[in-house]
Every structure is written in C-alpha cells, then in structure tokens.
Design a protein around this ligand. Sequence first.
Ligand code: TPP
Ligand code: SF4
Ligand code: MG
Length: 297
Amino acid sequence: MSPATLAPREAKQYKPEIPPDWCPGCGDFGVLTVLQRAVAELGIPNEELMIVSGIGCSSNLPGFFKSYGMHSLHGRSLPVATGAKMANHEMTVIACGGDGDGYGIGQGHFIHSMRRNVNMTYIVMDNEIYGLTTGQTSPTSEPGMKTKSTPFGNPEGQLNPMALALAAGCGFVARGFSGDINHLKSLYTQAIQYPGFALIDVFSPCVTFNKQNTFGWFKERVYKLEEAGHDASDWNAGMSRAKEWGAKIPIGLIYKNPNPKPSIDAEDPALQGKGLAKNQKLGLTNEQRKKLIEEYI
Ligand SMILES: Cc1ncc(C[n+]2csc(CCOP(=O)(O)OP(=O)(O)O)c2C)c(N)n1
Ligand code: SF4
Ligand SMILES: [Mg+2]
C-alpha cells in the first residue's frame, strides 16, 4: 500500500492508553508526537504499520504507539525490522532507537541495512549519551565530554553518522531536531515515502544526563539546509554539509538520491506478489506442518 494514496487520519488514532514514562522534558516526547502526526498525515492504517526498536530510553517508543511494534534487543532493531519487511513488504516499517543502540552495538547492522537498501525508515534519537544506563559516553558524544564513564573527559573521537550513511550508500540522509517539530514532520513524511532505506538522525536531548548538548545548545547552533540553498540531490554537497559540526550544525535533508536504486524487496523475485505473510500457500501437508512446528517447540 502506498502511503501517498491514503486519506489523512488523526494523530490521536496512534496514541495508546499508556503514556510515555520518559523524564519530563526529554527530547523523545517531540520525536514521538511528530511521528504520530506524520503517519496520520500519510493515512497509514495502524495495522499496516510496524515500529521496531532496540533497547534504551528512546527504544521504548513502540510501546507508546498504537501500531504493530517490537522492543527487540540492544542494537538489533534493524535485523528484526528487516525480517518484518521481508515477511510482509506491503507494510510500512519504521525502526528506531538511540545513538548507542544504532551507532554503537548496532553499527554493523546499520551499515549493512543501508548497503542492502531495505525499504524502511530508521529514526535515531541522538542525545549523544547512553540515557537508560544513566549517562555514559556513546559513539556520538563529543570529545572531552565529562560523563560517568569519562570523569576526566571523553578521550575518544566522535562518530559522524551522516557522513557514514552517505559513504555506505544510503539514498536518504536527513537530520532533525526535536525542538523544531514542524520541520521534523516534513522529514518524516519524506523519509516514509522514499522507496528505500531512509535515515533520520534526530537531536533529541537527554535533559537528565547530558548537561552539555541541551535544547539551548542545539538551538544556538542548528540551521536549516532548506533555507541555506543546499542542493540535496548532490552527494558531494551533502558530504560537505555532513562534515559541519561546531558553531553551526545543519539540520534538514542532507541527501536524497534523485534516481533511487531499487530496494531489496523490490528486487527479490520472491517478493513480487502479495506479502509473504498474506495468503501465500506454503505447500505443506498437515503432517509436514505439524512436524515443522514440533521441531521449534
Ligand atoms: C547486549 C546489551 N548490552 C548492553 C546493554 C545495556 N544497555 C541498555 S540501553 C544501553 C545504551 C542506551 O543508549 P542509547 O541507545 O543511546 O539510548 P538512550 O537511552 O540514550 O535513548 C545499554 C548500554 C543491554 N541492554 N544489552
Ligand atoms: S534519562 Fe535522558 S533519555 Fe532517558 S528518559 Fe530521561 S531525559 Fe530521556
Ligand atoms: Mg542515547
């Protein structure tokens, strides 16, 4: 089902009874609210949407969203989301989690999911710290930053997820800020409609454990690429913007491949008809089916 052809819905249709239990003021509230508005605008039915996360404060998001969802293992949102997409490629699949989850323990899956070009959206709530485990450095923590795990200052270099995604062949690379929700919504809708792997790294401050990269810190620095004459169809221009960090940090669409290569689910001969999970005959007898089930229980 193409989100582009559906009638808009109301964001409240995606709000479950359980309210989020993030710390008051956590950036992840903005990420969640805007995602509910974006899928409502695209009219995606709850039962046609799957949100998969890893482990972390941010990874609790699927529990606060009325859709199919799975809170998987630390760093494993992408392989689980890939499996879901392969089993039913007609479904809209969104993977999400934190910077530690996706860029640390999940780094290998991150690179290979982009290389494979699985048709899904990946939202990373990047707070430059491990929030759930109470404030250790993550791959995107700034050098010199004092945390629980680096009391004398972070001696490690900072990972650049935008440049890494471009180098890995990702066709849609964007960065948002949970302090600018209208701008973020437009990135979400574009990413969900992109026919391939789409990454949105969202600055989503941890107000409890990261006292350095606060909402105010980001507000002083971020500028919108859409207002800066950036050509998002130019890979080299995207790489040059991706490298910017310091007094000015770009948010917005860094790169969108103007000629997207086919995603893996569009290429796979087994996935040319209906989703595998829908009305596909396995061709097994009852005996064979029973034997197979017994093997797994
Ligand atoms: C295999 C494994 N290793 C380590 C952990 C402990 N752990 C849980 S969440 C987390 C990091 C969370 O940071 P991030 O992914 O950035 O999410 P945030 O809490 O900041 O949103 C770690 C190290 C775990 N649950 N499983
Ligand atoms: S610890 Fe940080 S990331 Fe976790 S809920 Fe609180 S503010 Fe958000
Ligand atoms: Mg984090």
